[in-house]
Design a protein around this ligand. Structure first.
Ligand code: NAD
Length: 357
């Protein structure tokens, strides 16, 4: 059956980078019988300009009906002074929450050809290949009650609630264990169980789920130590699983070990592995429309889409190999350029990936 993919280019460099990913997917449709049908729609500032909202109900319905979504990026100077309720980012948040995309997968993979791009010593990061699994729809970012209240003595007090139910922990743990089974079968669960009861429960539930995956070696680590170990010896990690806030922070830390924001893909999945795929970077308005953006993070996000939502691991690997091959050829967009390499634009990079397929 033909799978439906909704393409949401968004703002800034979004349209340029998604166009290159679409090129790659079209090439696989033609050469490998990928058999997907792509339709395009508006999100973010582009949707606001057209409809007065950053995501229309019609687009939301199309997203619900699609098998997967590939998104570019949203936001830009033009929309910064809008009321917060209609800012471009709200379009993304609506997609994540209404589609119940509770599992955020962010690989931090260092292509050996780019080892010099990291701020850490090449011997510390070369060979780095970590997958961070972050819970995306719960924890302290969503817990109630929350707010800023005035105490009896007139002083203001801010408060949030860190809460996770057993079922929420279980479902993200299953995602992480399944991912570990497809990789090196090592899982590190990150918590703060020495201080926070909510993560004491987290640890207990992860251990109870572990029984179903006897081949996976499980380790628990406090978040402060995990932050330190990521810098000290990042190659000890295979898959890491953690809650929303710790995951937010650790995934940014891990991604920067690779030194190149233009290379990092991400996936946000629901219970049935339906997902939204997007690069980890933003809409880069400073370079938009100039054919300067690196499309590889978006192309690699498309590879994740084939792996997790469309059941085509073979073609995901094919894309990843093609990306590696263009790096071997010395092709570099500005963000990953170093002396002696061949500088190319966004379109040329996309064409090179298609040729390398
Ligand atoms: P950004 O990631 O857009 O840009 C940071 C820097 O990295 C810029 O110098 C940019 O030119 C560069 N860069 C980013 N992606 C690149 C690519 N593919 N190739 C080459 N260079 C690239 O972050 P920012 O500047 O903080 O935010 C710009 C806008 O993007 C804001 O409106 C922000 O709200 C939005 N944003 C959106 C998302 C998203 O859509 N998921 C995420 C982060 C930021």
């Amino acid at each position: 059956m033909t799978k439906q993919v909704l393409i949401l280019p968004g703002d800034g460099i979004g349209p340029e980078i998604t166009a290159e990913a679409v090129k790659v997917l079209n090439a696989l449709n033609a050469s490998d019988g990928l058999g997907i049908e792509m339709t395009e729609d508006l999100v973010g500032g582009a949707a606001y300009d057209a409809h007065g909202v950053p995501l229309s109900d019609e687009t939301m319905a199309k997203a619900q009906a699609a098998d997967a979504i590939l998104l570019g990026a949203v936001g830009g100077y033009k929309w910064e002074s809008l009321d917060i309720s209609v800012r471009p980012e709200k379009g993304l948040l609506r997609l994540r929450s209404e589609m119940k995309l509770f599992a955020n997968l962010r690989p931090a993979f260092l292509y050996p050809q780019l080892a010099d791009a990291s701020t850490l010593k090449p011997e510390v990061v070369s060979g780095l290949d970590i997958l961070i699994v972050r819970e995306l729809t719960g924890g302290i970012y969503f817990g109630q009650p929350r707010g800023i209240r005035v105490l009896e003595n007139g002083e203001r007090q801010g408060f949030n609630t860190y809460v996770y139910s057993e079922s929420e922990i279980k479902r993200i743990a299953h995602v992480a264990f399944k991912a570990a089974m497809k990789r090196n079968k090592k899982l590190t669960s990150v918590d703060k169980a020495n201080v926070l009861e909510v993560t004491e429960l987290w640890r207990e539930v992860v251990d109870s789920v572990a029984v179903e995956y006897p081949e996976v070696e499980v380790k628990h680590m406090y978040v402060d130590n995990a932050a330190m170990q990521l810098i000290l010896n990042p190659k000890q990690f295979d898959v890491m699983v953690t809650g929303n806030m710790f995951g937010d922070i650790l995934s940014d830390e891990a991604s920067m070990l690779t030194g190149s924001i233009g290379m990092l893909a991400s996936a946000s999945l629901d219970e049935n592995n339906k997902g939204m795929y997007e690069p980890s970077h933003g809409s880069a308005p400073d370079i938009a429309g100039q054919d300067l953006a690196n499309p590889l993070a978006t192309i690699l996000s498309a590879a994740m889409m084939l792996r997790y939502s469309l059941g085509r691991e073979d073609l995901a690997l094919k894309i990843e190999r093609a990306v590696s091959s263009v790096l071997d050829q010395g092709l570099r967009t500005g963000d990953i350029y170093s002396e002696g390499m061949i500088k190319v634009g966004c379109r040329e990079m996309g064409d090179a990936v298609v040729a390398a397929l």
